[in-house]
Ligand binder design. Structure first.
Ligand code: 5GP
Length: 115
C-alpha cells in the first residue's frame, strides 16, 4: 500500500510539483495556509519523525536544503519563512508520510496558538 504522497510523487494523483530528485519531491499544498505553501516529501516512505532511522540524517538535511532553495526561487528567502514538521496526532500530522512544510509570503504570526 503506497501513501497518498507516494501516489502524488509517482504521478498517480495530480499535483503542482515544483521540485524533484532521486531523494525528495516538492509540490504545492492543496489547501495553502500562506501565499507560498510547499510540501517537501522524501520518496522513502517514513511515516513520522518518530520513525526516522539514525542513518536518515542526510535525508532530513536534504529536505531542509531543498526548502532553502525553494524559498529563494519563490522570492521569500529575504523576507523569511517558516518550516514545520508535524508529528503524529498531537503534533497535528494528518498525512502519515513525513513532510516538511515551507510557508511564507506573509508574516506567519505566532508559532503556536497559546491555550
Ligand atoms: P500535516 O497536517 O500532515 O502536517 O499536513 C498535511 C498537508 O497535506 C496539509 O497541509 C494538507 O492541505 C496537504 N494535503 C492533503 N492532501 C493533499 C493532496 O492530495 N495534495 C496536496 N498537494 N496536498 C495535500
Amino acid at each position: 500500500m503506497s501513501t497518498l504522497f507516494t501516489k502524488i510523487i509517482n504521478g498517480e494523483l495530480p499535483s503542482d510539483k515544483v521540485y524533484e530528485d532521486d531523494q525528495v519531491c516538492a509540490f504545492r499544498d492543496i489547501n495553502p495556509a500562506a501565499p507560498t505553501h510547499i510540501l517537501i516529501v522524501p520518496r522513502k516512505e517514513v511515516a513520522t519523525v518518530d520513525d526516522l532511522a539514525d542513518d536518515d540524517g542526510a535525508l532530513v538535511g536534504k529536505m531542509i536544503l531543498v526548502a532553502r532553495d525553494l524559498a529563494r526561487s519563490e522570492g521569500i528567502a529575504d523576507s523569511g519563512y517558516r518550516l514545520i514538521i508535524n508529528c503524529k496526532d498531537e503534533g497535528g500530522q494528518e498525512v502519515p508520510h513525513l513532510h516538511l512544510h515551507l510557508m511564507g509570503g506573509r508574516p506567519m504570526g505566532p508559532m503556536v496558538v497559546r491555550t
